[in-house]
Structures are given as C-alpha cells and as structure tokens.
Design a protein around this ligand. Structure first.
Ligand code: E4P
Length: 214
C-alpha cells in the first residue's frame, strides 16, 4: 500500500518524507488556498522534493478549459498528475488526456458507478472520498472495498486513492479493503505512529534504568 500526503505544506512534506513514508502528494484548490502562494510555484516545489505522483487540480468546468489547464500543468514536472472532477466534461477530458499520455486522477468519487466511469474513461487514479461519505451516514470505506473488487475482477490498471481520510480507522480499513493508496492529511500522520502505551512503556523503561547500578 502506498501513502500519499494530502497537503501542500512544504515543511510538513519534508518532515514526513524524511521518514520514508511519502510515496506521493495530493492537493486540491482548498489545500492550495491555505498556502497563500502561487499554484505553479507550490506544485513545482513539491515535485522537487517528492519523486512520486503529485496531483494538481484543474479549475475549468468545460472540457476545453480542463484540457488547456491540464496540458499546462503537465509541463510543470514529470511526476505531476492532473486532477479532474468527476463530471461528463471531466470524463471527456480524461479520455483525451489518457491518449496524450497525461496522467489523471479523477476526484470527488462517491459511488461505484462513478468509479467505474472514470476507470473506463482512462483515469490512472480514482479518488473515493470516504470521510465525506461517512458524513452522510454511510460507511465510506465500503465504496473502496467494492471498487477494489470490481477493478480486480476486470483487471483494470487504475489505482484507488482512498481520499478524505479523517482518522486512523479510515486508514486501517482502507488497507484491509485493499486500497492501492491512502492519501493522509499531515495532521493525522503523527497519530499513526503514536500510541499512549508506547509512551508509558518508554517512561517505565527509563525509570527502571535509573535503578541499574552505574
Ligand atoms: C483528496 O485528493 C482530497 O484532496 C482530500 O482527501 C479531501 O479531503 P477532505 O474531505 O478532508 O477535504
């Protein structure tokens, strides 16, 4: 399973990258807006630090606008992946871009049907948003499980990025469901390697070590 960081904060990226845990990055317009910097500069800087896929999203809603933006974004770095929203215009753009060799990540996937459409259109990645599905009272990870089963069954190469991850259970259950990738917010990452019993254990060992004759 690959871990992506769902952030554009370069310091956060550098810190977690040092642990060898970052296989790629996902961003979206909301994430980019938090940085208060130029979109192109932010993406280029991230791509210079992380060698894996870095998703950068288009803003245009018409196919032609998406294509124009995607072709421009694709020039920024060799590891850039263009994020396209799950709409009819988006599917058309994905289909054209796949034939041009530009990698795409179809975002805002909330159903099996949407995941299948994006996959068939030629997306390299599809992003089901588990946290936002949970917010509606339905178990979001079930979508990942279903998509994984279908993509395996029909031997599609498209990879599933479990997105909108909000807690440790989301990550663990996405892994159990066989998700190819989990994109994790920077604030959640430290919680994945921490446990109160580990802290208590270390404290006890150090206290006992003081009793060892020096
Ligand atoms: C993924 O690509 C998205 O950027 C992200 O996971 C959205 O998460 P949110 O629902 O917490 O905004």
């Amino acid at each position: 399973m690959k871990f992506f960081l769902d952030t554009a904060d370069i310091n956060e990226i550098k810190r977690i990258n040092q642990l060898g845990l970052v296989d790629g990055i996902t961003t979206n317009p909301s994430i980019i807006a938090k940085e208060g910097k130029n979109f192109e500069e932010v993406i280029k800087e991230i791509c210079s630090v992380v060698k894996g896929p870095v998703s950068a999203e288009v803003i245009g809603m018409e196919t032609e606008e998406m294509l124009q933006e995607a072709r421009e974004i694709a020039k920024w770095a060799t590891n850039v992946v263009v994020k396209i929203p799950m709409t009819e215009a988006g599917l058309r753009a994905v289909h054209i871009l796949s034939r041009e060799g530009i990698k795409t990540n179809v975002t805002l996937i909330f159903s099996v049907a949407q995941g299948l459409m994006a996959t068939k259109a030629g997306a390299n990645y599809i992003s089901p948003f588990v946290g936002r599905i949970d917010d509606t009272g339905t178990d979001g990870v079930n979508l990942v499980k279903d998509l994984k089963q279908i993509l395996n069954e029909y031997q599609f190469d498209t990879e599933i990025i479990t997105a909108s991850i909000r807690n440790i259970s989301h990550l663990q259950n996405a892994a159990i469901a066989g998700a190819d990738i989990a994109t994790i917010p920077g604030s959640l990452f430290p919680k994945l390697w921490s446990h109160p019993l580990t802290d208590i254990g270390i404290e006890k060992f150090l206290a006992d070590w003081e009793k060892v004759p020096k």
